[in-house]
Design a protein around this ligand. Sequence first.
Ligand code: FES
Length: 565
Amino acid sequence: MKKVKGLRSRLTQYGDEEFALFLRRGFLKGAGFTDEALERPIVGVLSTASDFNPCHKTAPQVAEAVSRGVRLAGGLPFVFPTVSLHEAFSFPTSMLLRNLMAMDVEEMIAALPLDAVVLIGGCDKTIPAELMGAISADMPAIVVNVGSMLAGKHEGARLGACTDCRRLWAQFRAGTLDGPDLNRAHDQLMPTSGTCMVMGTASTMACLAETLGFMLPGSATAPAVSSDRWRFAEATGTRAVEMAKTGGPRPSELLTKAALRNASVILQATSGSTNALVHLAAIAGRAGITYDLAELDRVGREVPVLLDLKPAGMNFMEDFHAGGGLPALWRRLKDHLDLNAKTVNGETLGDVVKRWPAYVDDKVIRPLNNPLVANEAIAILSGNLAPQGAAIKLASATKRLCTHEGPALVFDSLDDLEKRIDDPNLNVTPDTVMVLRNAGPIGAPGMPEAGALPIPKKLGSKGITDMVRISDARMSGTAFGTVVLHISPEAAAGGPLALVKDGDVIRLDAPARNLNLKVDDAELARRRTAWKPPAKPKRGYTRLYVDRVTQAEKGCDFDFLTGNR
Ligand code: FES
């Protein structure tokens, strides 16, 4: 049976299809379209432009360039809005709203008469939500990101959001940087629009979306304000028309186990954000695939960190782009990647690697025999404190602290943390293991990026810059420190983290992949009888969220959204 395309697809149900089409075309004629235009293949251009999303300030220009490409190729573009999430404008945390955005993306793609869709994303949760929705809808889809900011410059130093935001704030808290100096640097931290220009979550997810095959090769790294950005956007629109005509590739053809393994290789080699673990699990779940965290750990033992970008290294996304871009990194890692994996432009990764220009900047994309970090970037832990797993970014941790035993200091919630962290009487030493709980998907709710607990002022002012911190929360990809994250099950779901008391001894042995609470089972069982789950929100989306959200290793998606339509 011939598939219905263009304006004839997904007609409003009045019980009379020809009338529904008559009405639909009538409204578009009213908007000034000719009959000829309405016969063209339709490409939806999903825009995340929002005044509340400064990272996406250029999204309208990206949409304009995509639309130009669509028209050049003989298609008809329709720009439409979706939920837009910015990290600093989403109370209590953008992660709580990622699933809402994914539902919006899926349902609107499935409801509108489009033959292919271009997804404009960038800031941390947007590309994951778009991929989740597009995979579930299984409509030909191609991602173009808004691109990253250029690096800032201040008093001879290059600055990057938000790694240097955190560094400067820590200096201010410790009293080594005064207010006026902080304020002058503040003006230069985010000098252009675009996403954070270090290897934070936005850059990580853009690179992973390209590696999974959902973006034009080479496009993830182009800065937001570069002409490359507009050219990639135009080419994305052109490609979307071909996809609209041929009906493929569909997300289900791209998102395979091999593609996910490739994503794990690039995540390790770029020292990408730990948030990617949660997003990859959710993205894979939409295709009915379990993202293999044990494989991610194994891959890490084989693949060193080659990309020299902040926070693990010194460079910025613009240097990565000028230094060869992602396909140059793929070429360096060709023996670790499945080069038969497909990309949205019809090539395989291997085809792209073969045709990509030979130039590579070794200072940014290091050769295998001179890596930035010889060992794995991210490790997966388990133990009696994390029966379903936990994650640590070794590349950003203090080596000495990766094997550490110390007494617990427990913060019961984010409120508790905020109230007590700078108390001069806080019972804390540099050996303390700081514990934050009830900050997971259910507990917070929304699993905020609170895992890099601030160093207590009384220690920060004495020059202490890192301590072992563990939690069921996440951490920004731009952050650093010896921080154990994503402990599962979380405390609010009754995980062992809920049973820890001040003074209990916790042992972190990252090389052995262990995180253990040195309290005997009988005592833990006794404590468990006294544990009560936290009260649930009474109504609305937040209630739906805590009732149906999965744990970190499953991606914090809703349990009823796994698999495609
Ligand atoms: Fe938008 Fe960092 S806050 S990418």
